[in-house]
Design a binder for this molecule. Structure first.
Ligand SMILES: *Cc1c(COP(=O)(O)O)cnc(C)c1O
Length: 355
């Protein structure tokens, strides 16, 4: 029997990292859990995981595995920059707003310059203005263009947009970094080969997300320009990001990639978000804030509706603008969860309108 004194909470839409480990990742970790193998990445599982990534990206990229996205982004940016350089990113970029200054810290002072743009995507004209605004010695020299795919507000850069960003960066002697915490969701959303929206479009290094896609822990730093990976292993070790039992971070990637679970999971999450969007659009007074292109739905909830939802035990984030709520779907979200949330929003909305 449920204890009526314990209030039920519903946190399945708070973030995609609230979900557990998917069966494919779990199974691969278990398979790797046999016998003694070399530590620090000199093992067959890590070698196989790297090879899978080379197959997926159809190129001889160089791959490193780290514990989380903050480390992946920060160390990747640090490897592209010197301390007096700057990184241009969108003002909502995770590297700017959610990494506690780690990119600046690990690069010994490289400055992030942020630009605006609708739908979480930077406006290339504004990027260019920021690049050419100054060329004197007093301005931190633009060196990297960083874009997030899928973006922080659940939109997706098209292959053309990425190519244009890549061309602009090249034109100004800059490099391109991609924060791909939700890269799989973008690949499925666009229906393109991973290579089309990375190295073929001018991306030099991709931080490929594992945790939000269904793994326990771990992100892959994928260097398409192998020269940029020079001594990156030292950077990882110094930053405390070299796992001694590396096989347990790398093996799950095999499980995710070899049967296509990474794309299946992303497709499932995107589909749940599409269903949720459809449900919410039918409710009076609820407005969708950004084009839904990946696994999240951002809605403008009247304050009373948001309060009603919270009172009913629903946990969600609303850090983007006032009144905006983010609902995030994962590999673990079910259709039942989606319909239950939609119903809760409908009820909260009805209750709010009665007052
Ligand atoms: C979650 C996320 C990351 C990684 O965050 P960690 O908590 O450091 O793993 C990076 N970029 C984006 C856009 C994210 O949403």
């Amino acid at each position: 029997m449920e204890n009526p004194n314990i209030k039920r909470t519903y946190s399945q839409f708070a973030s995609d990292n609230y979900a557990g480990i998917c069966p494919e990742a779990w199974q691969a970790m278990q398979v790797a859990n046999t016998g003694f193998v070399p530590s620090y990445g000199d093992d067959i599982w890590t070698e196989r995981a790297c090879q899978h990534l080379r197959d997926v990206f159809e190129t001889e990229c160089q791959v490193f595995f780290v514990f989380n996205g903050t480390a992946a982004n920060s160390l990747a940016l640090a490897s592209l920059c010197r301390s007096y350089h700057s990184v241009i990113c969108h003002e909502l970029a995770h590297v700017e707003t959610d990494e506690c200054g780690a990119p600046e810290f690990f690069s010994n002072g490289t400055k992030l310059l942020h630009v605006n743009g609708p739908g979480g995507k930077f406006d290339l004209d504004e990027v260019e203005r920021t690049i050419i605004r100054r060329s004197d010695i007093h301005y931190p020299r633009p060196r990297v263009l960083s874009l997030t795919q899928a973006t922080e507000v659940g939109t997706v850069y098209t292959p053309d947009e990425i190519r244009a960003a890549g061309d602009l960066a090249r034109h100004h002697g800059m490099r391109v970094h991609m924060d791909g915490a939700r890269f799989a969701n973008a690949v499925v959303s666009l229906g393109v080969a991973p290579a089309e929206i990375t190295w073929r479009a001018g991306v030099d290094v991709l931080c490929l997300g594992g945790a939000k896609n269904g793994m326990a822990v771990g992100e892959a730093v994928v260097f398409f320009d192998r020269e940029l990976a020079h001594e990156f292993d030292y950077r990882c070790k110094q930053a405390g990001q070299l796992a001694s039992k590396m096989r347990f971070i790398s093996a799950p990637w095999i499980g995710m990639l070899e049967g296509g679970a990474w794309l299946k999971n992303a497709g499932h999450a995107n589909g749940c978000a599409a269903l949720l969007e459809k449900q919410l659009m039918e409710i009076n007074g609820i407005h969708i804030m950004y084009p839904r292109q990946a696994n999240s739905v951002f809605v403008e909830l009247p304050e009373a509706v948001a309060a009603g939802l919270r009172a009913a035990g629903w946990h969600f984030y609303s850090f983007i603008g006032s009144g905006g709520a983010r609902f995030m779907c994962s590999w673990q979200t079910t259709e039942r969860d989606v319909l239950q949330l939609a119903e809760a929003v409908r009820m909260a909305s009805l209750a709010a309108n009665e007052h």
